[in-house]
Write a protein that binds this ligand. Structure first.
Ligand code: SAM
Ligand code: SF4
Length: 376
């Protein structure tokens, strides 16, 4: 029997957790999760579609196996390409979208049986994951884990492929989230990250994100927790007060800005203005003592002028983020921004990216020197 599986993971923290969920499901079904591809007969690529570059890396790696292994394309790229993935690379045997990962044990069982003649299987029509997949008890790290509180996204930022590959926003029941955390704590885990594309929009009947924070904070055995990602349009001073009150919560907020230009923010369909964003930063810093602030920025969004790019630089200079993830705009299928006729030249995007990256590096360095001086 072909029972050794290697999972190669790409992308965000949600995928890090998904890879563990897949590992847990397969282990429960009798498969062995390998630490490298050398002894594995099956390779699962758990993939990301947020930027083209991430997809290119996957295609190139799949090609490098030259048909020597059973290859599966799982996650966002699977959803993006569906059965078209088999045309792109004929060595792929199965294609499974993020909402269908519960079917993986059955798919592998079929494909690894000698008398099974169908060589291609795809499952990309699922709308929702069964709750059981979160309870296999598989944790790669013995101290910390991620817990998914909501899946998908319905915000439709004009550049983003996530709503198309991960589906509409769904909230897990708060009792299920707490049960999953308790199971992890029983296994010795002490740190948890609550995950979702927009965690502050969390809502399960009467339990909103602020109530969930208090419930998680009260769990005995939990030493530390944080959450990722917040959306500025759903963040407010009550959230910051709840952050300050939760003694086990890490005082760090990731609040993606994306652009410092009002016009570009509107085109991005982000739902807040530069003024709103600055007011949030002000409120956060007043309420959450010594709270760290990080962000995401996209440079080179279609039609972004030099003056608009400079507004983003000026905002970065003004806010002084502890860290910023700066991305070059990548045109994605299905999205509204991909339809805008005026797309910026790649070299111009590269130039702007380097400039703002250098600026942020200087700011982070200065903040770290200041912190080191304070800690002396
Ligand atoms: N849900 C989170 C939010 O809205 O902040 C972000 C999720 S997305 C996976 C992470 C980051 O990737 C975004 O904040 C954005 O900066 C970046 N991103 C998304 N689509 C992109 C694209 N087409 N090109 C470049 N960067 C992109
Ligand atoms: Fe993408 Fe916007 Fe949803 Fe974040 S909030 S996942 S950037 S559509």
């Amino acid at each position: 029997m072909l029972r050794n599986v290697f999972i190669k993971n790409f992308g965000c923290q949600m995928n890090v957790r998904d890879a563990q969920v897949i590992a847990g499901l397969l282990q429960k079904a009798g498969y062995k999760i390998m630490e490298s591809d050398a002894q594995a007969q099956v390779i699962i690529f758990n993939t990301c579609s947020v930027r083209q570059h991430a997809e290119d890396r996957v295609w190139s790696l799949i090609g490098s196996y030259k048909g020597t292994k059973i290859i599966g394309l799982v996650g966002c790229m699977a959803q993006n390409y569906k059965e078209g993935a088999f045309d792109r690379d004929a060595s792929i045997s199965f294609v499974v979208g993020p909402q269908d990962i519960a079917k993986l044990p059955e798919i592998l069982h079929k494909l690894t049986q000698k008398n099974f003649f169908q060589r291609k299987i795809w499952e990309t029509d699922g709308l929702k994951r069964p709750e059981e997949i979160y309870h296999t008890g598989y944790y790669q790290d013995k101290q910390k884990t991620q817990v998914v509180i909501s899946e998908g996204c319905s915000n439709f930022c004009s550049y983003c492929i996530v709503p198309y590959v991960r589906g509409a926003l769904r909230h897990r029941k708060h009792q299920d989230i707490l049960a999953e955390i308790k199971e992890a704590l029983d296994q010795g885990i002490t740190q948890v990250t609550l995950l979702g594309q927009n965690v502050n929009a969390y809502c399960d009947q009467a339990v909103d994100f602020i109530k969930l924070l208090a419930e998680v904070n009260a769990l005995s055995g939990l030493k530390e927790f944080d959450f990722f990602t917040s959306h500025p349009k759903d963040a407010h001073s009550d959230l910051f007060k709840a952050m300050q009150d939760a003694n086990k919560l890490t005082k760090r907020l990731h609040l993606p800005l994306q652009s410092g230009s009002e016009r570009i923010l509107k085109l991005m369909n982000r739902g807040y203005s530069v003024k709103d964003y600055l007011a949030l930063v002000d409120s956060y810093r007043k309420i959450v003592k010594e709270g760290k602030l990080t962000t995401d920025i996209i440079v080179g969004f279609p039609t972004e002028t030099l003056a608009e790019f400079s507004q983003t630089c000026a905002l970065v200079e003004k806010v002084k983020f502890n860290a910023a993830y700066i991305f070059k705009y990548s045109s994605r299928p299905h999205t509204a921004a991909a339809e805008i006729a005026e797309q910026l030249d790649f070299f111009e995007i590269q130039k702007r990216h380097k400039k703002i990256l250098d600026l942020q590096r200087k700011i982070s360095k200065k903040l770290n020197v200041k912190k080191a001086e304070r800690d002396k």
